[in-house]
Design a binder for this molecule. Structure first.
Ligand SMILES: Cc1cc2nc3c(=O)[nH]c(=O)nc-3n(C[C@H](O)[C@H](O)[C@H](O)COP(=O)(O)OP(=O)(O)OC[C@H]3O[C@@H](n4cnc5c(N)ncnc54)[C@H](O)[C@@H]3O)c2cc1C
Length: 396
């Protein structure tokens, strides 16, 4: 019998397990993969994610000081030296997080996939059956496990990605310590495409709506059209595959906790719906969950307070406004035009430039970013001309 069983050892589950172990609770973490598994991720660690859990130098691939944002016709640079981000490989980053949890006393079983969760008896079935007082759902996005917790997601987007190797000096010369972000619906039917630099390589990927056909071809098309950055790049293979993907819910789930369980990170739908940066929310929710579980196990306070806590810390100033920004920017046929206008304004206007910087590094909450962008709404309307009539409801 454990105090807590955590199902999944990504950033949310690993940090939750570490915090619980630090508080002295017995904690079992079940992870379906081997240690050092490959995880499809661009590996961007925002300033906020770094501040939540500073990453040791040996895991950092590049210290990021700039982002270059492209619309179909223009580009703008945003960045401040004293607001850096980082890139990592999730293979190393997640392993480091899990090792930290283990060092603090959490028990970790690798290659043990959770197949069944019985909430009534608070048991989790992997290779064996484990009983605990609380179960933490930290499995990312997995329809089978959602069913086990009696929850569901209604809308999601898909991200696909490939890793490439390129000599260090070539990455430095063509891309440098900069995130390359491309708003162009020719490739990404939702959001953007990206090239994120690593020490000796790049992660290249794009977002799309699940119903989009030929996603892989779109990615190949993107790679072929960006040879000035990617010429000579060799695709990397993991477990016999070159292209990997994942799903991300568009918004938090309606139910994120019950009498004896809480959901954290992507499992709860906490990934940012504008940038799809999900590591900081995963870490934050892992910590909030650990604090809530402590109050439950020590003082009998119900786990339902988890919902109040994440609403306060993740939603009211952040995810709520991220959803407004998503609604403004994506999912309509004016996305490219809007990106064009925003990038154009950000080249001359300090507020818009700052808003984009904070959007990416999460130095300030989404509410601040949203308000900064809204200050420019009449400039945006002017730039967009007649076509804005259809955007007006999203801007007001
Ligand atoms: C292509 C792509 C690029 C991305 N790029 C970025 C980025 O640059 N920066 C950023 O911040 N975010 C990025 N994200 C989002 C980010 O990856 C997620 O938001 C983040 O990983 C969420 O962490 P998590 O711990 O909630 O879930 P995950 O990281 O998905 O971890 C879940 C863990 O649970 C395990 N698991 C799953 N099912 C079971 C089971 N049945 N039993 C046991 N274990 C199980 C998995 O193996 C995994 O280790 C990207 C996502 C994708 C798909």
């Amino acid at each position: 019998m454990y105090d807590v069983t955590v199902t999944g050892g990504g950033p949310a589950g690993a940090l939750c397990a570490e915090e619980l172990a630090k508080k002295g609770f017995s904690c079992l973490l079940l992870e379906k993969s081997k240690p050092k598994r490959y995880k499809a991720c661009a590996g961007g660690i925002s300033l906020e994610a770094f501040n939540l859990k500073p990453v040791p130098d040996y895991i950092v691939e590049r210290k990021i000081v700039l982002a270059r944002i492209y619309s179909p016709l223009r580009s703008v640079d945003v960045g401040e030296r004293d607001e850096p981000g980082y890139t990592v490989y999730r293979t190393e980053y997640d392993q480091w997080l899990r090792d930290q949890a283990q060092d603090k006393g959490a028990e970790i079983h690798y290659e043990e996939k959770v197949r069944k969760v019985t909430l009534k008896s608070c048991t989790v079935k992997g290779k064996k059956e484990y009983k605990s007082h609380v179960i933490v759902g930290a499995f990312g996005v997995c329809p089978c496990l959602y069913r086990e917790f009696g929850v569901s997601i209604s809308e999601w987007v898909q991200l696909i990605q490939q890793e490439f190797t390129l000599p260090e000096e070539v990455v430095s010369e063509r891309i440098g310590n900069s995130l390359e972000i491309y708003f162009d619906s020719t490739y990404a039917t939702w959001g953007y495409s990206w090239i994120f630099p690593k020490k000796e390589g790049v992660s290249v990927g794009l977002l799309s709506l699940p119903r989009t056909v030929r996603k892989k071809e779109r990615l190949t098309h993107f790679v072929n059209d960006h040879q000035s950055k990617l010429k000579g790049a060799t695709p990397k293979k993991f477990e016999k595959k070159y292209t990997f993907g994942g799903f991300i819910p568009l918004r938090p789930l309606e139910k994120t906790c019950g009498e004896n369980f809480v959901l954290v990170g992507d499992s709860a739908g906490f990934c940012d719906p504008v940038t799809y940066e999900g590591i900081s929310s995963a870490l934050k929710s892992g910590r909030i969950a650990a604090d809530t579980i402590e109050r439950y196990l020590e003082h009998g306070h119900p786990l339902s307070s988890y919902e109040d806590e994440w609403r306060k810390e993740l939603y009211e100033e952040d995810l709520k406004y991220a959803q407004k920004l998503q609604n403004l920017m994506y999912g309509h046929n004016l996305s490219d035009k809007l990106a064009e206008a925003v990038v154009d304004i950000a080249n001359d206007d300090k507020d818009m430039n700052t808003a984009l910087r904070w959007l990416l590094n999460r130095k300030k909450p989404r509410k601040t970013v949203y308000n900064l962008i809204m200050k420019k709404k009449f400039t945006l309307l002017r730039k967009l001309g007649l076509s804005t009539v259809r955007l007006l409801p999203r801007l007001m």
